[in-house]
Design a protein around this ligand. Structure first.
Ligand code: G6P
Length: 618
């Protein structure tokens, strides 16, 4: 998804901007560009394709100057061409801007601007902003930006510079993340970015913007103000904000020797599972302590219903959460696609807690669903990875998964981090609703052993790799599971299709006979989740149904399984644990299988085509 980086200081801007853009590559993009303001005006260099192409362009035609903005674009309005790439400029070429989000009334604005003589050179919604700022410019850039934004409907994270009001970058936020980076070691410089990864090479001191805020950056500092207060007839309302110190390491964002981020992240799971529960497990009391829920304990105690809302992998995690909370805490749970929830007319009775589940904390649909739930009076809670993200800040209470940055577009460690937190949440809720201390202690003991089991599981990578070698050229896969392993099957299928472009479907194992069974023949690999749990014998029957039709079965089973060993084509064994935690273990071989197949097919594992890491548009 689109990324923004900006720099104003005393050094050459373009190397810093390009470096920042590279840190955002993981988000997925299809074009890139920079604009630099210097003594002679504004210089723009942009291109369709990869950042490497932009670097070539900058070598051929350097753009010197110490004030610059840059962008990676993920096309929404208009094809990924060079003209459509950001930055966009006004007709004079003196104002340049980069924009994340969507201007919803762009067509109407374009018509109006056209009528008064403005020519458009791109298919983007963003170009209207450049012309509008130019039309409203009366000598002060922030006032022109603010006046423009009063006419705009939609979402934006915006950075603007101009040779007509030099020595500043104006940034504003509504619905698309933006943060300021404060230079360290006495350097006179400021950064702006849509993602902290872009500035981490230079500073750990950041200020997160909220919706409705505008900031003016100069090389000696910044002013933050309420966007609505920039009426030239009145003094602006300045905002004082706390500086956040980012603790994530740049090194952690880099690959540490692994060929792909995805593999690195798969192998980090013993640690990330451990981090998700660090300081949260109470041995004696047999429960979990989740400090971020402190303010909503009363409402959680009174809750009669929980609704999860999420997208993609996070939606799958939420489905596992439904099983855990209903099974252990006996509380009714629903799981909703955020994109559906926000436009339905959802019934939210009193005493409902709505949980937004999101790795990035910035997914547009999840955020909108959260706001809808708030509007309807629900207590809101977040289960989020990125600290300080919008969802994390807008919920009444929450639990961070503490997974660290996830760069591979296909989510892996974030998923198991979410499952770990869901187990802690289910345990805590269950203990408040009558689960015995003894059962609580059993769960705690199993949680403690979990990271080692993940480690053990990862050492069996070679076996999964051999299986991958046999099936990498198959065009279709089916994934089956029951109970909490049905969402694991969905997630396994999603991983495979995301990164290997193989068509894969997840299905509840018993439901297979109502349709997908028609697809089964010798060419159809079927991945079956069959750990030792109460529905094991039922799953074995489903396996028989597949085998009777010649399907090839790859079964994920618990250690010690003898029954399926005799019946299926391949067995992947996972260590035994309690039922609550099994999905964490069974999902990992499916990640490795998808990864290995994608590598064998020569796919771009970390940046699969058409996908974005963080989807900040609807
Ligand atoms: C995108 C990503 C998925 C992710 C989904 C939800 O589609 O490619 O990997 O699961 O967004 O993202 P979130 O950050 O809200 O978990």
């Amino acid at each position: 998804m689109c990324g923004i980086v900006g720099y104003i200081g005393t050094r050459e801007a373009t190397p810093l901007l390009v470096e920042g853009l590279k840190r955002l590559e993981y988000r997925g993009y299809d074009s890139a560009g920079v604009a630099v303001q210097n003594g002679t005006g504004v210089e723009v260099r942009k291109t369709a394709g990869k950042i490497a192409r932009l670097e070539e362009l900058l070598t051929e035609m350097p753009a010197p100057g110490a004030v610059g903005i840059a962008h990676t674009r993920w096309a929404t309005h208009g094809a990924p061409t060079t003209p459509n790439a950001h930055p966009h400029i006004d007709e004079s070429g003196q104002i340049a801007l980069v924009h994340n989000g969507i201007i919803e009334n762009a067509d109407a604005l374009r018509r109006e601007l056209h009528e008064v003589g403005y020519e458009f050179h791109t298919d983007t919604d963003t170009e209207v902003l450049a012309h509008l700022i130019s039309m409203l410019f009366e000598g002060n850039l922030e006032q022109a930006v603010a006046a423009t934004l009063t006419q705009v409907e939609g979402t934006y994270g915006l950075a603007v510079l101009s040779a007509l009001d030099p020595g500043k970058i104006v940034v504003a936020r509504h619905g698309a993340p933006l943060l300021l980076g404060l230079a360290e070691n006495g350097e006179r410089a400021m950064f702006v970015a849509s993602d902290v990864a872009a500035v981490l090479g230079h500073t750990r001191k950041v200020v997160y913007l909220d919706d409705g805020e505008l900031a003016v950056l100069r090389n000696d500092g910044y002013e933050l103000m309420d966007l609505g207060s920039l009426d030239p007839s009145q003094p602006p309302r300045f905002i004082e904000k706390e500086i956040s110190h980012v603790t994530w390491d740049l090194e952690r964002i880099e690959r540490s020797g692994y060929p792909h981020f995805m593999l690195k992240e798969i192998f980090e799971q013993p640690d990330t599972v451990r981090n998700a529960m660090r300081g949260r497990v109470l041995e004696e009391e047999g429960t979990a302590r989740l400090g971020g829920l402190h303010g909503i304990f009363d409402r959680l105690n009174a809750a009669q219903r929980i609704i999860f809302t999420a997208c993609g992998t996070s939606w799958h995690a939420a489905l596992v959460g439904e099983y855990l909370l209903e099974e252990y805490a006996r509380i009714p749970v629903e799981v909703e696609y955020a994109s559906e929830f926000r436009y339905r007319n959802p019934v939210i009775p009193e005493n409902t807690v709505v949980v937004a589940m999101s790795q990035s904390g910035e997914t547009a649909d999840t955020l909108a669903a959260l706001r809808e739930a708030k509007k309807r009076g629900a207590t809101t809670m977040g289960i989020v990875n990125v600290v300080g993200s919008t969802i994390a800040r807008q919920t009444d209470g929450g639990v961070y998964t503490h997974t660290g940055p996830e760069i591979g577009v296909a989510s892996t460690k974030a998923f198991t981090g979410q499952l770990t937190v869901l187990s802690l949440f289910a345990l805590m809720m269950a203990r408040r609703r009558g689960m015995s201390i003894l059962q609580g202690r059993e769960i705690v003991a199993a949680l403690r052993e979990l990271p080692e089991k993940v480690e053990e599981l990862l050492s069996a990578q070679e076996l999964v790799s051999q299986i991958a070698a046999q099936y990498a050229d198959h065009p279709n896969f089916l994934y089956l599971g029951r109970g909490a392993h049905f969402p694991v099957a969905l997630e396994g299928a999603l991983k495979l299709k995301e990164i290997s472009y193989i068509h894969a479907e997840g299905y509840p194992a018993a439901e297979m006979k109502h349709g997908p069974i028609a697809l089964i023949d010798e060419e159809m690999p079927v991945v079956v989740l069959a750990p030792n749990d109460p529905v094991y014998s039922k799953v074995v029957s489903n396996v028989e149904e597949v085998k009777a039709r010649g399907g090839k079965v790859i079964a994920v089973v618990s250690e010690g399984d003898r029954v399926l060993l005799e019946k299926v084509d391949h067995v992947i064994t996972v260590p035994s644990t309690i039922e609550m935690l099994q999905p964490i273990l069974t999902s990992i071989p499916l990640q490795i299988l998808a990864y290995d197949i994608a590598v064998r097919r020569g796919c771009s594992v970390d940046q699969p085509r058409n996908l974005a890491k963080s989807v900040t548009v609807e």
